[in-house]
Design a protein around this ligand. Structure first.
Ligand code: AMP
Ligand code: GLY
Length: 425
């Protein structure tokens, strides 16, 4: 079987590594890929938004399965374009990817179908949003409706901060058209957990839980990033929490999408907050999380291709999804200055040590080959994942391996997985 993976970050490297383990796959292409993916796949220089070029390439090469990993092409309708050319595709169509593409849509869906989430209001004009803030309780959460590289959420402590946020999102268009509409949401507190799932339109199979660290600095300080590190499983995701979410959130979301005439086929990522009143949905994504994929997929025992094909064929109810009874921790190595401004092009050394290892992985996020060596090419450069018998062992191994790699301006958080210790208290 020939597989084409669309994307080029740490998530796509983790997907490619899982796909490479499937006995069914003979050839993997990745567009555009990166220097790490190039070690297991043939990378082709086609951008993720070049729908016609991607389609022509997949048709010409006789690709049997296309996996779309990233939010922008999913929300933009790449799956529909590929399917129209007769290709088999894993990922939601445009009318279902809206679950991630519009926060107003997802909030309305949850409200209509009684799925637990924060109370909210939606605004199309800055004047109405500003008027609402006159009487709103603080803190409060502002969310740009559309895709904003994971940065479109502002948590505001005072009315002044919130009003400045409305101006910056809706008038100054800090996140471009993503800010044409604004969701203003109740502020919640609690532990965050990410639960990823495979969905075939009607059946859902959840994967093992994970937790991300979104802030740039130790102690959850600094700006929001795409994710600075993850661990899996979350010690806070108990069987009771799982039972609640299975009953009121997961299947309910899949059924709601089907009832709306938007059957969802692909990955639903549930961003959950475990509040005092029970689990609540913070957000949905229509794809694997990054770096969540880098801890969840290495723990998956099922053949990813079999599971993805079952999603496409609507036979996921016949598939058992299994995960190893171990743990994984991923530490992201970033380029100093991320997520604001950072330099690229620094040579990376120490990568060869990973080749010998079975339980330590170096997933490439922003790297490329230049003049025979691998150089930094993005804000998040590498994701260093280690498996262990438990979370503490995995964390120690991940930090050991993070020290093997060197590049100028290398930056990482030192407290990935601190919740592991907090869970014991
Ligand atoms: P989102 O992109 O919706 O996941 O939001 C990004 C981050 O903002 C989340 O991971 C939370 O840490 C935080 N956040 C989002 N919504 C809320 C909320 N209603 N209350 C508190 N924090 C939130
Ligand atoms: N790590 C969060 C995300 O992928 O959106």
């Amino acid at each position: 079987m020939k597989v084409l993976i669309v994307g080029g970050g740490g998530r796509e490297h983790a997907i490619a590594a899982s796909v490479a383990k499937s006995g069914k796959v003979k050839k993997i292409y990745c567009a555009p890929g990166n220097a790490g993916i190039a070690q297991i796949a043939e990378c082709v220089p086609i951008g993720v938004m070049e729908f016609d070029a991607l389609t022509a390439f997949a048709v010409e090469k006789g690709v049997d399965l296309v996996i779309v990993g990233m939010d922008d092409p999913l929300v933009g309708g790449l799956v529909d374009v590929l399917e129209a050319a007769g290709l088999r595709v894993f990922g939601p169509r445009k009318n279902a990817a809206i679950l991630e593409g519009s926060k107003a849509f997802s909030k309305d869906l949850m409200k209509k179908y009684g799925i637990p989430t924060a109370a909210y209001e939606t605004f199309d004009s800055p004047e109405a949003a500003l008027a609402y803030l006159e009487k709103a309780p603080m803190p409060i959460v502002l969310k740009a409706d559309g895709l904003a590289l994971g940065k479109g959420v502002l948590i505001c402590r005072t009315p002044e901060e919130a009003k400045a946020g409305v101006v910056s999102i809706m008038q100054e268009k800090q996140f471009g058209d993503a800010g044409n509409r604004l969701v203003i949401e109740e502020f919640m507190t609690g532990r965050e957990v990410s639960v990823l799932s495979f969905v075939d339109g009607k059946t859902i199979r959840t994967m093992t839980s994970a937790q991300d660290h979104k802030r740039a600095g130790d102690g959850d300080t600094g700006l929001n990033t795409g994710g600075m590190g993850t661990f899996s499983p979350s010690p806070f995701y108990t069987p009771e929490v799982d039972a609640f979410c299975q009953k009121y959130i997961y299947q309910a979301t899949v059924d709601a999408m089907a009832a709306e005439g938007r059957p969802f086929q692909g990955i639903i990522f549930f961003g959950l907050m475990l509040t005092e009143k029970g689990p609540r949905v913070l957000e949905y994504n229509a794809r694997f999380g990054d770096p969540e994929a880098q801890v969840v997929l290495p723990r998956m025992k099922s053949d990813i291709i079999e599971v993805m094909e079952a999603c496409i064929d609507g036979s996921l109810d016949k598939v058992e999804l299994t995960f190893a009874d171990n743990a994984a921790v991923c530490v992201v190595l970033a380029s100093g200055g991320y997520p604001v401004s950072y330099e690229k092009g620094f040579p990376i050394t120490g990568l060869e040590r990973f080749a010998q290892k079975e339980d330590v992985f170096c997933f490439h996020a922003g790297t490329k080959e230049a003049g025979g060596s691998i150089v930094t090419n993005g804000g998040r450069v590498l994701g260093i994942t280690a498996l262990g018998k438990d979370l503490k062992a995995a964390r120690a191994a991940a930090y050991d391996a993070a020290a093997w790699v060197s590049f100028e301006k290398k930056y990482m958080r030192h407290d990935i997985g601190k919740a592991i210790d907090e869970a014991e208290q």
